[in-house]
Structures are given as structure tokens and as C-alpha cells.
Design a binder for this molecule. Structure first.
Ligand code: ADP
Length: 394
């Protein structure tokens, strides 16, 4: 069974093609385009590349196309992307303005191009279905909650992969199985042995921290929108809501302009004034740029703040995991995040930490009570597995 997973950005299309046969899972092909101006042409080129590489004869060889969809009003989990679901995504465009509109446009183009192929989305919120209600609520009037104002949590596919893989690495196959089956068993399969506590740090273009107990998320630093929590590349991260009336009244900004600045001019870019890419910011900081240094300091401080939150929620941690662009590739930032945590049982092995870049590895010191892992993100595989399950009716 061949499943294509398409990752849609406002100007990019990336894909991975998987083949499932019984217990065998293989990634057959991956590719993508940046700076896409003509999306229908990009889809056409993607299909042509898959044909040219001998992966499919025509699009009818694809059992489905899967998408890592972000958020929709009243929709959770893994679902067929029917027109009502796309409209439910549209209803939440205000909380995911950078993510939902390109996905909706892209999915409609796929539907037009291949009307007979099932299009299926795994929503990024799905992993938080069993988080305790107290962790999901804001202290707002009831009518706001009914309008959808609550903590949803995002990066679900990434953190779910970490839940599965970290349990495997720790030899807890019961928990790995439970995490893998989460959406089938509604998180209910029993656990033998002591609880497994994991803190997963997805640090990339957008960043979030999740606490995971026995394979199930207890919360995520991203709240109502994928703009909250840690500072992101150019999106703001946590902000007191009263900043909005302040800047609108004193700077005379319109709501549209405030929204634009929160999404495009904030985060690491806004703090540093240099770039939205942490590599450029590190270079500038090393050359003495104090705003760039401050941006790094804020990022580290915020990451530690959220790790601390889940250390308390989980009553300790068995594995601390780094994933995504920054988490996988920047040992010097991992070292700063883990600095002075030895009293909490977390310490890195400097040589091991330095040697792991973009690959899986164990980077904790031998004396450290907590294991520290780097686990490369594998969100597309999580999407493909759930799409397969939906198709097979499990
Ligand atoms: P996204 O959240 O968009 O999926 P990624 O996980 O791809 O983001 O991370 C991209 C970010 O990771 C870049 O903005 C960059 O700041 C950072 N990064 C740091 N080092 C590297 C590296 N060696 N390769 C790729 N990205 C890196």
C-alpha cells in the first residue's frame, strides 16, 4: 500500500512516499520544492518525479495522500479531508494564519488533480486528546471557551514519534506499543511496570515542549495557537494578552497589522533584528551582536522554563529528548539548555553531545539519572501510519 505524505508550506511542497506491506514499512522516496509560485504545477511535478523514479505508474497507485494538518474547529484525530472538514479548518484560520490557509488551498488542489484518491489529515492537536482538562483551560469567560479558546497543543506527530521511539530506546516496549496504538485504543491499553516520564523538546523553525507520561501527552507549550510557548523563528511565542490593547492604542496599530507583526516580525527575528534562522543569530552573537545574544538567551531561558514545568507535572523525568532542526543539529544550544540541571538528575556527556548532529544518539553523562537522547523528527511516518490505519478501518 503506497501512501504519499505531503507537507504544505505557504511557498513550499515537500513529500515522502511510504510503502506498507504487512509489518514492513519502507520510505520509497522523498523530495520537495522551495519558493513555489505555481502550486498546481508543483503537484504535477511531484507526481512526475515519482513516476520518473519508477515509484508509481500513475496517481492511481497511491492508496491515499496524507497531510499533517494543524487545527480545525470541532475536528480531531485522523480524518478524511472532506469539504466540511476543510471549512472547519477555515473557521480556525484566525489561530493558524501561517498554516491553515496554505494547507486548505493545497488540499483543494490535490482534490481537483486526483479526485479518486482519498485525502486524509492527521491533525497536530490529536496527541493531546487525553491531556488533563486543567492543562487545557484558560481562565476566560465560558462563551470564549465555547468559541474554541483553550490550549490545543501542536507538533503532535513529532512528539508522538518521540513518545514511541524514546520508549523503545529505554527498552519499554509496553509503552512504545501503547504510544503506537494511542488513537486505536484511545490511550487505554494497560501499563505494567513503573511509569515512564519523557520530556520532548521539538526545537526548530517553530518550537514546543511536551510532557509525556506512559506514552500519553500531559500538555504542550503551544496553547491556543501555533504561535505561543517558546519564541519561534518569526512568530511571537508566549505573550501577555494585554500587550495587544497597549500597542494598538499607543502605536496606533490595526488588528491586522498586529497579527502580521506577531506572525512575521516577532520571535527570534524580532528579538535579534538579524534573522529568523538560529544559525545566523549564533554567528552574529559570536561577532558581538548583543541583540542576537539576547535572542539566544531568551530562547534558552524559555526552553528551560517549559522543561521545568513538565519536570513538576511528571514528578521527574526518565528521558529528555531533543528533536527537529535546532534540537538535532545544535549541540552548543543543547549544552546551554541542560546546564546546571545536575541537581535534577540531568547532565550531558560533552563529547557525546558534540558528536551527535542530525542522527539518533544518547548524549547524557553516564552518571546522569535521566537519559538524554537526540531523536530525528519523523512526523511523516506517524502521519502515514495513521492514514494506513484509517484506510484499513482499524
Ligand atoms: P520546522 O519547525 O519548520 O519543521 P525544522 O525542524 O526544519 O523546522 O528546523 C529548522 C530550523 O532549525 C532552522 O530555522 C534553523 O534555525 C535550525 N537549524 C539549526 N541548525 C540546522 C541544520 N544544521 N540544519 C537545518 N536546520 C538547522
Amino acid at each position: 500500500m503506497k501512501i504519499l505524505v505531503a507537507n504544505i508550506g505557504s511557498t513550499s511542497l515537500k513529500w515522502r512516499l511510504y510503502d506498507f506491506d504487512g509489518k514492513q514499512e519502507r520510505m520509497l522516496h522523498k523530495g520537495g520544492y522551495e519558493r513555489v509560485a505555481d502550486y498546481p504545477k508543483a503537484i504535477e511535478n511531484c507526481l512526475a518525479e515519482l513516476q520518473g523514479a519508477g515509484m508509481i505508474r500513475s496517481e492511481s497507485d497511491l492508496a491515499a495522500v496524507g497531510f499533517k494538518t494543524v487545527v480545525a474547529k470541532g475536528v480531531a484525530g485522523c480524518v478524511r479531508l472532506s469539504e466540511p472538514v476543510l471549512q472547519a479548518m477555515e473557521a480556525f484560520n484566525p489561530i493558524a494564519p501561517a498554516h491553515n490557509p496554505p494547507y486548505i488551498t493545497g488540499i483543494r488542489l490535490f482534490a481537483k488533480r486526483m479526485p479518486a484518491t482519498p485525502l486524509i489529515g492527521l491533525f497536530e492537536t490529536a496527541f493531546y486528546q487525553w491531556a488533563p482538562e486543567a492543562s487545557t483551560r484558560y481562565a476566560v469567560p465560558e462563551s470564549w471557551r465555547e468559541a474554541g479558546v483553550r490550549r490545543w497543543g501542536f507538533h503532535g506527530a513529532s512528539h508522538k514519534f518521540v513518545a514511541e521511539r524514546s520508549a523503545e530506546l529505554l527498552g519499554r516496549h509496553d509503552i512504545a506499543h501503547r504510544a503506537r496504538q494511542l488513537y486505536v485504543d484511545a490511550g487505554a491499553s494497560p501499563v505494567s511496570g513503573p511509569p515512564l516520564r519523557v520530556i520532548s523538546c521539538h526545537l526548530g523553525g517553530s518550537s514546543s515542549i511536551t510532557g509525556i507520561r506512559n506514552g500519553i501527552a500531559v500538555g504542550n507549550s503551544l496553547g491556543l495557537s501555533p504561535q505561543s510557548g517558546l519564541p519561534h523563528n518569526n512568530r511571537v511565542g508566549d505573550l501577555d494578552s494585554f500587550a495587544l490593547p497597549l500597542v494598538m492604542r499607543t502605536l496606533g496599530l490595526s488588528l491586522d497589522e498586529v497579527e502580521r507583526q506577531l506572525c512575521k516580525e516577532s520571535g527570534l527575528k524580532g528579538l535579534s533584528g538579524v534573522s529568523n534562522d538560529i544559525r545566523d543569530i549564533q554567528t552574529a552573537a559570536a561577532q558581538g551582536n548583543s541583540r542576537a545574544q539576547l535572542a539566544l538567551d531568551v530562547f534558552i531561558h524559555s526552553t528551560r522554563h517549559w522543561i521545568g514545568a513538565y519536570l513538576a507535572q511528571l514528578n521527574g523525568v526518565d528521558a529528555l529528548v531533543f528533536t527537529a532542526g535546532i534540537g538535532e543539529n545544535r549541540p552548543e544550544l543543547r549544552a546551554l539548555i541542560c546546564d546546571q540541571l545536575d541537581q535534577l538528575g540531568i547532565a550531558l556527556d560533552p563529547a557525546a553531545n558534540e558528536s551527535v548532529k542530525g542522527t539518533e544518539g544518547s548524549i547524557g553523562s553516564t552518571g546522569s539519572r535521566t537519559k538524554v537522547f537526540v531523536i530525528p523528527a519523523n512526523e511523516e511516518l506517524v502521519v502515514a501510519r495513521e492514514v494506513r490505519r484509517l484506510l484499513e478501518g482499524q
